[in-house]
Design a protein around this ligand. Sequence first.
Ligand code: ADP
Ligand code: ASP
Ligand code: MG
Length: 455
Amino acid sequence: MIVMKFGGTSVESSEAIERVTCIVQRERRRHPVVVVSAMGKTTNKLLLAAREAAAGRRDQALSIVDELRTHHLIEGLALAGPAAAELDRYIRTHFEWLDELVKGISIVGELSPRSTDAIASVGERLSSLIVGYAFRAAGIPAQQMDSRQFIITDDSFTQAQPIFEEIYPRLRDRIAPAAEESVVVMGGYIGSTRDGQTTTLGRGGSDYSASIIGAGIGAEEIQIWTDVDGMLTTDPRIVPGGRRVKQITFAEAAELAYFGAKVLHPATVAPAVEKNIPVLILNSQRPDVTGTRITAEPAPSTNPVKSISCKRDITVLNIRSTRMLLAHGFLHRIFEIFDRFHTSVDMVSTSEVSVSLTIDHTEHLREICGELRQFSDVSVETGQAIVCLVGENIRHTPGIAGRAFQVLHDKNIRMISQGASLLNLGFVIAEQDLVSAVTALHTEFFSKLDPNIFD
Ligand code: ADP
Ligand code: ASP
Ligand code: MG
């Protein structure tokens, strides 16, 4: 058995889903479980409709829903063959429910995280329905299964945490046998609480769903099909022209994802590592490219750095102890506050009297600063970016930091961190320096490439 996950662009239209159908057809003898994201930018639009409704703009919200209805009907029905009338009914039923929900939100003028998830989940519920119909119309025996019955989570709506002891037995007992019979199609990103409330795993969470499902059914491989040839040497949205990395380790992939390589959701790697299942990143528009293979074992490489990831829109907090020295318990008090406000800290550096740290979610910044100021001086710098060099060989190669900082000699580097894993070297710079910094670092570290690792 294998898991094949197709992201938003890979299922954005009927043509895209036809490509998916061919790709799945080629792998049929390996008993695929297919995990799909919502079509194209559907999740963004659903969330926008929810916000418009909550702000009292009912008509705008309903017109976004209408646009989505038309798109799903046109693209979906084009694929369903003789079952088009049946699919039409299902799609319309989902949208009628959505209309009612949006109207309800606009009346109360309030959007809870729980209603947000109910609305956001419609994207994956519809795409998995449509892809199931497309497969059957193309002669592939396929059944859609509702992920919410399998991916059981806690009730942290919009960022729900999977409860593995509930999930794995269900996947093993029901999905694995079903996949022996026919192609199983499931929506990514969505789950439900034990008492049946719909949840989501956070934006980009379909990759995570795929790896959870892969671990749960004991898949031999997890394929992440997307719109790029694999993990590239840098983020193509920042610096185009990056090269494909053919092979990386779980640890490298996790680090890259954590520091901004959007091609993989940061949590994806953990379930695959636990069961030692290789993860492949592949391009659904160029299915013959071999992509990136992510495994436990590092392959020998003459390049110390495998890829450079970056994260924009970072906020740095400088927290200075008002009692001059870092008193016992100071760090504990700081991190307890971030924990209480569910705000994760990406990078930390300390001096004798101060701590600098970065966050990328600022929803609770005001409250956090308010509490920190009860025992420290706090300054906040917005508009920062993290750049991170990642590679298993960084730890074995002297002089990497020297080369990096030489390249960045004219930039103001705000923070530096070499992760405890010793496979990354990260720093914070002003966001306006990001493109020039990454371009220069990319030239420095990727002018000569080991052909065994890069393409
Ligand atoms: P999907 O909808 O298939 O999940 P995403 O948009 O979530 O696709 O992820 C793919 C995108 O990730 C690419 O189009 C690319 O812009 C971005 N990306 C960021 N960093 C990298 C990187 N190092 N290698 C490849 N893609 C990257
Ligand atoms: N559709 C969800 C999102 O846009 C999940 C995903 O695509 O992975 O965030
Ligand atoms: Mg994604």
